[in-house]
Design a protein around this ligand. Structure first.
Ligand code: NAD
Length: 339
C-alpha cells in the first residue's frame, strides 16, 4: 500500500483524499488542517487522522471535537507520498520539509513549474513521472487542454491551438471573492499563463490562450480553435474524443448548453460532490472546416485534477509502469465512466 498524506485538506485536498482512499493500492495516513473548520470535522467523520500546522492550536481543535494525531512534520514522516493541496504559493514553503525527510511530494497548479521541475498529465507524460521525488499536477484548465490536445495530436496532428478560457470567479463555497457584476480580463495581456503552462507538459505545441473571469462558480468554459495538421472530419474528431477515458461528450440530444445544466446532469447521475472528473466537450459545438477544428468544453475546476493526482501518486511510487493500467485502476475504483 502506498501511504498517502494530504497536506492542505481543502477543495482539492479533500477530493484527492477520497479518490486515493478508494484505490486498492493506496491508504490515507493523514490529512492536515490549519483551523478546526467544517472540513476538519468531515475528515474526522471519514476516519482520516487529522494533523495540524500549528501544534499550539491543538486545544482549539479538540474543543471542536477533532482529535489531533500530531503535527504536519509527524504526518510527513509517516507518508510515502505527500499531496500538497495548500493554497497557491504556500506549497513552495513546504518543500524544505519534504526534502528533510526525503519524501515524495506532489504540488498543484497554483505553484510554479520550477518548484517540482516536472509538470504532469496522466495521458501525456505518466512514464516520465515514474520514480520521481517531486511532481506538479498542472491546473484544472491546463489539464483539460492537455487531455484534448494530446489526444488529437496523437491521432490527427495539431499545428496550432487558440483557446479562450471563460473562468469561474470562485469555487462555490468561497464567499469572499468575486466578481459579482463584471467580466474581468485575467490577465488583460495575451497570452494568459495557460498556453505556456500547456507547454510544460506538451513543449512542441504551438498554443496561444486568452482568459477572463465571470460571475459564476459552476465551471470554466473553453472556446477552442485548432488548426490540425491535415484535413479531418467531425466524425473523426468525435471518435478521438469518444475513445479517451477522461473526455466526455455532452450529447447534443440532451439539450444541455450550459455549465449549470451539465453540473445538474452529473449530480443526477450520482457523482460524488457532483464532480466532473472528465472534460465536458459539447458535441453540438464540434465543427471541422478543412483543417480547422472548433469546439466548446466545460472544465470542472474542483474535480478534473483529482484523478490526475491519483495517477501521479502511483507513477511516483513506481510499481505501475503502464499509464493505461494506472488510469484504468483510478477510473474503475471510482466507478468513473466519462459521460
Ligand atoms: P483551498 O483554499 O480550498 O484549500 C487549501 C487548504 O490548505 C485549506 O484547507 C487550508 O486550510 C490549508 N492550508 C493553508 N495553509 C496551510 C499550511 N501552511 N499548511 C497546511 N495546510 C494549509 O485551496 P484549493 O482550491 O484546494 O487549491 C489548492 C491548490 O490546488 C492550489 O495550488 C490551487 O491553485 C490548485 N488548484 C485549485 C483548483 C480550484 O479550482 N480550486 C483547481 C486546480 C488546482
Amino acid at each position: 500500500m502506498i501511504k498517502v498524506a494530504i497536506n492542505g485538506y481543502g477543495t482539492i485536498g479533500k477530493r484527492v483524499a477520497d479518490a486515493a482512499a478508494a484505490q486498492k493500492d493506496m491508504e490515507i495516513i493523514g490529512v492536515s488542517k490549519t483551523r478546526p473548520t467544517a472540513e476538519a470535522l468531515v475528515a474526522v467523520k471519514k476516519g482520516y487522522p487529522v494533523y495540524i500546522a500549528d501544534i499550539t492550536k491543538k486545544a482549539s481543535f479538540e474543543k471542536a471535537g477533532i482529535l489531533v494525531a500530531g503535527s504536519i512534520e509527524e504526518m510527513v514522516q509517516k507518508a510515502d507520498v505527500i499531496v500538497d493541496g495548500t493554497p497557491g504559493g504556500v506549497g513552495e514553503s513546504n518543500k524544505a520539509l519534504y526534502e528533510k525527510y526525503g519524501k515524495k511530494a506532489i504540488w498543484q497548479g497554483g505553484e510554479d513549474h520550477n518548484l517540482a521541475g516536472f509538470s504532469f498529465n496522466a495521458h501525456t507524460n505518466y512514464k516520465d513521472a515514474i520514480g520521481r521525488q517531486f511532481v506538479r499536477v498542472v491546473s484544472c484548465n491546463t489539464t483539460g487542454l492537455c487531455r484534448v490536445i494530446k489526444a488529437l495530436d496523437d491521432k490527427i496532428g495539431v499545428a496550432k491551438v487558440k483557446a479562450v478560457m471563460v473562468r469561474r470567479g470562485a469555487d462555490p463555497h468561497v464567499v469572499k471573492k468575486g466578481p459579482i457584476d463584471a467580466v474581468v480580463l485575467d490577465p488583460p495581456t495575451i497570452p494568459s499563463h495557460h498556453g505556456p503552462d500547456v507547454n510544460t507538459v506538451l513543449p512542441h505545441i504551438d498554443i496561444v490562450t486568452m482568459a477572463m473571469i465571470v460571475p459564476t462558480t459552476q465551471m470554466h468554459m473553453h472556446a477552442i480553435q485548432m488548426e490540425l495538421k491535415r484535413e479531418s472530419t467531425r466524425d473523426e474528431v468525435l471518435d478521438v474524443m469518444k475513445a479517451h477515458s477522461r473526455i466526455g461528450l455532452v450529447q447534443a440530444t440532451t439539450g444541455i448548453k450550459s455549465t449549470a445544466e451539465l453540473k445538474e446532469y452529473v449530480m443526477d447521475l450520482g457523482r460524488p460532490r457532483s464532480d466532473l472528473w472528465e472534460n465536458g466537450v459539447f458535441e453540438a459545438s464540434v465543427a471541422v472546416i478543412g483543417k480547422d477544428l472548433y469546439f466548446f468544453q466545460a472544465i470542472h475546476q474542483e474535480a478534473d485534477v483529482v484523478i490526475e493526482n491519483v495517477d501521479a501518486i502511483r507513477a511516483m511510487a513506481g510499481d505501475v509502469k503502464d499509464p493505461e493500467i494506472s488510469i484504468k485502476m483510478t477510473n474503475e475504483s471510482l466507478g468513473f465512466v466519462a459521460i
